[in-house]
Structures are given as C-alpha cells and as structure tokens.
Design a binder for this molecule. Structure first.
Ligand code: ZN
Length: 414
C-alpha cells in the first residue's frame, strides 16, 4: 500500500527526509489528484476539527465581517452534510463551491480569527484554533494549511530548480562576527538584511533591483555607522548573498544574546505611488489588511516550492505569542516609536508608520525586535533614494541614532 510504511521503509523514509531534496520528495508524491469527502466537523470551545474520509490537497481559510463568518475552502474535497457546533460558532454549513473545492462556513456569534491550523499525521483531519477578537482587529487575509508532505497531492512546481535540505533550522549556522568595542557589557544589536540567495524578495519594476541586494547595502551602512559611533556592538545575520530561514535570523540574535534585533526590508506594492518607510512590531493580529498581507509576503520567505523550511507548522503566518513575550513586545514598541521620532529627520515615513503584523522573523520571545520596511521598490523615487549613497547614509544615520538613544535611555534608567 502506498502509505503503509514498513518499519524499514519508515526508517528509510526518515533518513531520506533528513537529506532529501525537493527534487527527491516530488518523486515520492505518486498520488493522483485526491478527493476526500468531509466526513465530520466538530467545534469544541476554540477548537475545530474537520475530518476527511480520504486525502485532500489543502485547505485555506478566511474571515468575513458583518455577519461574522469564517470560511474554510477544502481543495480536492467533497462537501458532506452539517456539522456539530457549540460556543462561539453558532452554526456550520457546507457545500460544493466548485467541482474541486468544498466550502465550509462557520457562522459566528462574535468576530473571531483562525490563529493556527495543523493536519494530522495521516493527513485525514485538520485541527483549527479559533480566537475571538475585537471588530477592529479582524484580519481578512487568507491562510493556507497543507497536509504533511508525503500525502500532498500536487507535486511542487519546478521541482528541478532547487535542492535544499529539509527540516528545522540548524543551530550549526555559524555565528557572525561582532563589530565594535571589545567589551561584552556594551549593548549588542543584530541587523538582519532580509531575504538573500535564491530568495530575491521584492523586485523593482524600475531597473529590476532586488530587495535582497538593496537591504544588504542598507544593513551594511547601518553597521558601519554604528561602528563609527563606537557606542554599541553590532553583528549582521548575513553580509553576503546567502539564504537564511526566518528562525535562523532571530536565532542568531538569541544565540549572541543580542539586546536588539532589526530586520531590514523594502516593500513593493501594486500602487506605484505608495512610498515611505514603515516600522513593524510583532502582533498575533495585524493592525490592518495591508499589514496582514505584508506579513504573508514576508513570511513566505521560508517556503520553497510549497515546503516550509522554517519548522513543522505549515502555517507560518499564524503566530501565538507567549505571555513572557509581553515585556519584549513593550520594549520593541518603544523602540519603534523612537526610531520613527529620531529617524524622521533623515527618513520619510508613511502615515501611521508604526504597524503590527504576525511576522515570523520578529518572534524571538526575549529579544526586542522590529522590522523596518525602508520604502517601496515599486516607487521610482524610493528606489532612487534607497539605492543612492546619500539615501543609504541618511537611513543608516536615522537608524543608528535611534539605536544609540535607545540604549542611552536604558542606561540612564538604570
Ligand atoms: Zn522583505
């Protein structure tokens, strides 16, 4: 049988998974298009369980407002009947949305979002977690959940193009060089240039510049400005064109015992008029639709050909924040405000420049972290500014002086 692994087969499979390349994994996917019927839907408290009688291709969910509902689309699924509801879910309906998609609708008695989702090991049931939120906190973006790789129906696209090891980020990623005063009591800042290697990030329609290159140049400029200032120690997660998964980026900051982590990015938008910088801090619930979309885009860096390289959870866009993170989040938010206040002299920010989003790269529970979107590669003036020597110097000065003020303030409070 296809999925009846023998002991030997399982061991071999495990070994293969550790080293396997996407190329190889696509060969394991021998299933034709799957069509599992929804056999059972059960809601208990904040947990929803959807069971299937056979494998499905994947699931995506989204929230709808007024009346408040959550829709769950099952790709490669056949609708069954009804469902059992209790608590926040008033009723459950399901129907065939199109020949390939079954849609389940949960009618809610108050606004709620899906915070996480996970398929069972055999790929035949999906567990979703619900959380009640305020009307204003509703993010309406889609979230996707895929069954475990070996049960996935669709082979990854372009499977010949990349070979990457699967599995969790390794602690063996070499720690970067620390620059600045040779004094471990001095605060340490880790600057992270987003993307890199096979992941170019956003691509500018004006001259084809890659985000990964633009932000590396900015990160390097910030480092050099901090070294020149002589106040703090500084390290870069990458100083070459290399790829790191998101967990490795904040993992470096944690392993170095950093006092502050800044991830530098540049966005792109369909609206070419959009311009200016934004500072993001971590939140389970996005501050607005745009922030939710940005998080979905940036978190996608971990996913290559449908495989999440960052961890076992297929849904990188959902983040559960630990209570112990609250203090870290406060410090992060304070720094975001300071960065905007200090940086304003040198950098043009957007309106409401401090926003919140569920960004995986900001997830370190004990390192205050912000993500700085330096501007829009889709905007002609922003690209020119971000790529110019003057622009880089201005951004580096803005960020570095905010960092120095942040630690001077902490020192004064001691
Ligand atoms: Zn980015």
């Amino acid at each position: 049988m296809k999925f009846d692994w023998t002991k030997k087969g399982r061991a071999m499979h495990k070994q293969a998974m550790a080293l396997v390349t996407i190329l190889l994994s696509s060969l394991l996917l021998t299933n034709p298009a799957q069509a599992g019927s929804i056999s059972r839907i059960e809601v208990r408290g904040s947990q929803i369980t959807v069971s299937f009688d056979d494998l499905v291709e994947g699931v995506s969910t989204f929230s709808l407002i007024g009346p408040d509902r959550i829709a769950v689309d099952v790709r490669g699924g056949k609708a069954g009947r009804g469902g059992y509801a209790k608590g926040i879910v008033k009723s459950v309906r399901q129907g065939q949305y199109n020949p390939n998609i079954a849609r389940i609708v949960f009618d809610l008695d108050r606004p709620a979002v899906i915070t996480s989702g996970r398929f069972s090991k055999d790929g035949k049931s999906l567990q979703l977690s619900l959380k009640a939120v305020g009307q204003s906190q509703l993010a309406t973006g889609r979230q996707s959940f895929l069954p475990p790789l070996k049960f996935r129906a669709e082979p990854p696209k372009k499977s010949y193009s990349v070979k990457v090891p699967l599995g969790k980020p390794q602690d063996s990623v070499r720690l970067p060089k620390i620059y600045g005063p040779n004094d471990s009591k001095r605060p340490l800042v880790v600057i992270d240039a987003g993307h890199g290697g096979h992941d170019p990030g956003a691509v500018s329609p004006h001259g084809g510049k890659y985000e990964k290159d633009v932000v590396l140049a900015i990160a390097t400029a910030v480092r050099d400005r901090l070294i020149a200032g002589g106040q703090v120690r500084v390290a870069l997660t990458r100083d070459t064109d290399k790829f790191l998964v998101l967990e490795e980026r904040y993992g470096i900051a944690r392993r170095l015992g950093a006092d502050l982590f800044i991830s530098i990015h540049a966005d792109a938008a369909g609206n070419q008029a959009a311009s200016g910088a934004t500072v993001y801090t971590l939140s389970e619930v996005a501050s607005d639709r745009e922030a939710a979309k940005l998080a979905a885009r940036e978190n996608r860096a971990n996913i290559i050909n449908g495989v999440n390289l960052g961890g076992s959870n297929n849904d990188v866009s959902s983040i559960l924040i630990d209570l112990t993170q609250r203090e870290t989040l406060n410090v992060s938010a304070d720094f975001a405000k300071l960065l905007i206040r200090e940086g304003q002299r040198k950098i043009t920010f957007r309106t409401n420049p401090h926003r919140f989003a569920s960004l995986v790269v900001l997830k370190a529970p004990d390192t205050p972290s912000v993500l700085f979107e330096s501007g829009y590669l889709s905007n002609k003036d922003d690209v020119a500014f971000l790529s110019s020597k003057e622009g880089k110097t201005r951004i580096a000065t803005g960020i570095a002086s905010a960092i120095e003020s942040h630690f001077a303030r902490k020192l004064a409070l001691r």
